[in-house]
Write a protein that binds this ligand. Structure first.
Ligand code: HEC
Ligand SMILES: [Cu+2]
Length: 393
């Protein structure tokens, strides 16, 4: 099942057991405290705003004078009144500060023994690091256990937001940041039947997994949404993924094992496609010839690559491997050196699988050319610099 499905994280819906208008589902230990504080502050604001604004309009109406009357003030100082309206509200302000600071400190103080998961944010996606070479775009955590995210960004400022957890934190390039939460609601699993139907429908359509339509993951779990909440560029709205809360450690570990590495029986190119989807390549490299942040993969393997320093070569396996592990070694002309290095993050077999995948999607690959987008004229693609030379023989 894992082998054949690819996923896109576009436009997730919001699974909740009930509709809501005010707050999303309450699914972490932060939610109750934060909602209560939010409600109290909102009510205090309304209780002050409405009478003050009302009095403003009422007095403006009551004491209006005919046009041309000279303005004059006849109010005297009223010390008790001024003290009352200064000191009275300051109790509310100090109260808000104390409860607000306490809530903030709660969010910043990670409990001992929290499970640590790495998070890398990039334009435009997320990669979670579960250790042992397991990376995945979905966040899977354990019920009733605190989880800490150690977060970094490879490019610009992003921000993690899980509305159901009431947890939100910026991910800033050049430094680590962290956040934590303790989920209190487990993700249900749909029945095998329902899951199989969704898998069949997805395969029949030849498309990628539609989270919005199914409202569960391709492993059959219901999920909470995770968004980027810091406008970070053109495809910011695609920066969404799912949070799945597992009830038992066994269940979580089984999921992690399943995605840890390629099943030896699986076709490397097929697995390479999963990595392409799951590991962020898709956000920067298209397969159809269009220029995204990086060159399209249908123009890579077997094609003459022009480099920024004026040199060039025909892309072979070694060049592709080097481009993945040491992206800054050779910069393709017309592109910025923004690709993050995957050294230490992809295993040897992962890189091999990706290279095999790149070969199958290249229009310059003689063996695969018939099945794939053969006939796309490179002259039609992109701008001056990336115009391809004649295909290599
Ligand atoms: C943040 C955007 C970004 C991500 C994510 C990214 N790349 Fe790139 N990639 C680029 C850019 C930009 C270039 C061209 C500049 C250069 O050569 O470094 C490039 C170049 C390449 C090249 C050389 C292509 C050619 O036609 O010469 C390969 C191969 C490649 N990337 C593979 C990958 C793989 C595999 C992944 C995922 C594991 C990936 N990239 C993820 C931006 C990205
Ligand atoms: Cu972002």
């Amino acid at each position: 099942m894992f082998a054949n499905l690819t996923s896109s994280m576009f436009v997730l819906g919001d699974y909740t057991s009930s509709d809501y208008a005010w707050f999303p589902e309450n699914a972490s230990t932060f939610a109750t405290d934060n909602d209560w504080l939010f409600a109290v502050i909102s009510i205090v604001c309304v209780l002050f705003f409405v009478p003050i604004a009302g009095a403003l309009f009422y007095f403006a109406y009551k004491y209006q004078k005919p046009k041309g009357t000279p303005a004059e003030s006849n109010t005297a100082h009223n010390t008790p009144l001024e003290l009352a309206w200064s000191i009275g509200p300051s109790f509310f302000l100090v109260g808000m500060f104390i409860f607000g600071a306490k809530a903030y400190l709660d969010h910043r103080t990670v409990p001992d023994g929290a499970n640590d998961i790495g998070l890398q944010a990039f334009s435009w996606g997320w990669t979670f690091n579960y250790g042992g070479g397991m990376y995945n775009p979905e966040l899977h955590i354990l019920l009733d256990e605190p989880t800490k995210l150690s977060m970094r960004s490879t490019d610009v400022i992003h921000s993690v937001f899980v509305p159901a957890f009431r947890a939100k934190k910026d991910v800033v390039p050049g430094r680590y940041n962290y956040m934590w939460f303790k989920p209190t609601v487990a993700s249900e699993k749909v029945s095998d039947e329902v899951l199989q139907q969704a898998i069949d429908a997805t395969e029949a359509a030849g498309g990628s997994w539609d989270f919005d339509r199914w409202q569960f993951t391709q492993d059959g779990y219901r999920f909470f949404d995770l968004f980027c909440t810091e406008y970070c560029g053109k495809n910011h709205s695609n920066m969404q993924t799912v949070v799945v809360v597992h009830e038992t450690l066994e269940d979580l570990n089984a999921w992690i094992d399943q995605y840890s590495k390629r099943d030896p029986k699986m076709d490397p190119a097929k697995y390479g496609q999963t990595l392409y989807e799951n590991r962020g390549c898709k956000g920067c490299h298209s397969l159809d010839g269009s220029k995204v942040v990086g060159p399209s993969f249908n123009q890579s393997y077997g094609n003459q690559r022009p480099f920024a320093d004026g040199s060039g070569l025909v892309a072979d396996e070694n060049y592709l491997r080097e481009s993945i592990l040491y992206p800054k070694a050779k910069i393709v002309a017309g592109y910025k050196p923004v690709m993050p290095s995957y050294k230490g993050q992809l295993s040897d077999d992962d890189v091999y699988s990706l290279v095999e995948f790149l070969k199958t999607v290249s229009m310059y690959n003689k063996d695969a050319a018939d099945e794939n987008s053969a006939g796309v004229d490179p002259e039609d693609q992109g701008d001056e610099e990336e115009k391809a030379e004649a295909p290599a023989e």
